[in-house]
Design a protein around this ligand. Structure first.
Ligand code: NAP
Ligand code: MG
Length: 403
């Protein structure tokens, strides 16, 4: 028996809910523990334990991530009214992802995993397009009102000395609506740094786009902050890495993205990111092939799958029925975290293991063995839809051959 791959620093392990919690354990048992002397600091973010700890466990897991630098997270339930009843919750706890993101001040990067046989709807997309979405402000923190006919709407900012800056929005001759938006320089700066760092980390160009020709103060501030930080802190590093930072108008960016072959990071304002990440994810084919990583401006990383807890499959699983849940994005969350841990601790064996596990996963699908969601999309001729566990066993076989 060969020795297991050793680790130095623990990964922060955030367990989660429902079908992804089931898959989580299978991935560890079947793919990781046989080969890696896995060190983790475990936090149970399953809804029951979040409720039991009054959500303190979520805060603790975020603080541990700050301490160690790398986390891997399972999908978790964001409770709504139905979940409060189902789990008999003390409160409708906030989204763990939202809580962790706020504590780490991070940006979420979503990237598709490309495999042969599952072709993007845009035929010229050959490489992944990673979307970075700013996660603060704009329309998500808006103040809005209806304005009856005859009303006057103004924008008023009261300065620290009590004086007012005031600008008329409109004299409403007929009824209408009005909305106030804001953002904060510090948040835009963190967003910019996370994007520049992630571009350097993954050696990909960074694109950023707003509507600064129309929004000459608001969107222009985003453009200026990105440019100032780039010139002062990142320009020479980008030159060295052979990558570029490219700013354009949002409508021009959309046209270029569609015509491109992919292979870059597209940084989006909050609303643009919401819309464009769904567009890009759909065009690449499957939510089950979309990874997600939260990157803090100080270089802290939290890896996860972009999909949720796959509730419908979980209820089938509980009834003892066969499920065919795609575990690829959750496997890639683990490999992303293990590789990053390996890089930070100088453990080339651990990095190589992560690479091989990804290779084995992709190979399995390209050999025609896949879960039901992928079989429905794949253009391979002799494809075969297998259950969750068989899929992982098939990956394990290929992994062992590579190791
Ligand atoms: P979801 O769990 O992503 O599932 C939606 C549907 O997409 C599934 O029913 C399934 O379709 C398909 N799907 C998603 N992932 C799949 C996979 N790995 N393999 C196969 N099929 C997959 O989203 P949801 O149903 O809207 O949300 C369920 C729970 O997840 C909610 O409580 C929500 O709060 C939570 N959630 C968590 C996160 C997170 O932690 N990051 C993100 C989103 C949602 P079929 O049923 O047609 O097979
Ligand atoms: Mg959306």
């Amino acid at each position: 028996m060969s020795d297991k791959i050793l680790m130095k620093t623990p990964l922060v392990e955030m367990d989660g809910d429902e079908m992804t919690r089931v898959i989580w354990k299978m991935i560890k048992d079947i793919l990781i523990l046989p080969h890696v002397d896995l060190k983790t600091e475990y936090y149970d973010l399953g809804l029951e334990n979040r409720d039991k700890t009054r959500d303190q466990v979520t805060v603790d897991s975020a603080n541990a991530t700050k301490k160690y630098g790398v986390a891997v997270k399972c999908a978790t339930i964001t409770p709504n009214a139905a979940r409060v009843k189902e789990y008999n919750l003390h409160e409708m706890w906030k989204s763990p992802n939202g809580t962790i993101r706020a504590l780490l001040d991070g940006t979420v990067f979503r990237a598709p995993i490309l495999v042969k046989g599952i072709t993007p709807f845009i035929p010229n997309w050959k490489k992944p397009i990673t979307i970075a979405r700013h996660a603060y402000g704009d329309v998500y923190k808006n103040v809005e009102m209806k304005a009856p006919a005859g009303s006057k709407a103004e924008l008023v900012v009261t300065l620290p000395d009590g004086s007012e800056k005031r600008e008329k929005i409109l004299d409403f001759k007929t009824a209408g609506i009005v909305q106030g938006l804001h953002n904060i320089d510090a948040s835009i700066e963190s967003f910019a740094r996370s994007c520049f760092n992630f571009a350097l980390d993954t050696k990909q160009d960074l694109w950023f786009a707003t509507k600064d020709t129309i929004s000459k103060t608001y969107d222009h501030r985003f453009k200026d902050i990105f440019q100032e930080i780039f010139d002062a802190e990142y320009k020479s590093k980008f030159d060295e890495a052979g990558i570029t930072y490219f700013y354009t108008l949002i409508d021009d960016a959309v046209a270029r993205v569609i015509r491109s072959e992919g292979g870059y990071i597209w940084a989006c304002k909050n609303y643009d990111g919401d819309v464009m990440s769904d567009m890009v994810a759909t065009a690449f084919g499957s939510l089950g092939l979309m990874t997600s990583v939260l990157v803090a401006p100080d270089g802290t990383y939290e890896y996860e799958a972009a999909h949720g807890t796959v509730t419908r499959h979980y209820y089938k699983y509980l009834k003892g029925e066969r499920t065919s849940t795609n575990s690829i994005a959750t496997i890639f969350a683990w490999t992303g975290a293990l590789r990053k841990r390996g890089e930070l601790d100088g453990l080339s064996d651990l990095c190589a293991f992560a690479d091989k596990l990804e290779q084995a996963s992709v190979q399995t699908i390209e050999d025609g063995i896949m879960t039901g969601d992928l079989a429905a999309l794949s253009t391979l001729e002799n494809k075969q839809s297998v259950d969750t566990e068989t899929f992982l066993q098939e990956i394990a076989k290929r992994l062992e051959a590579l190791l």
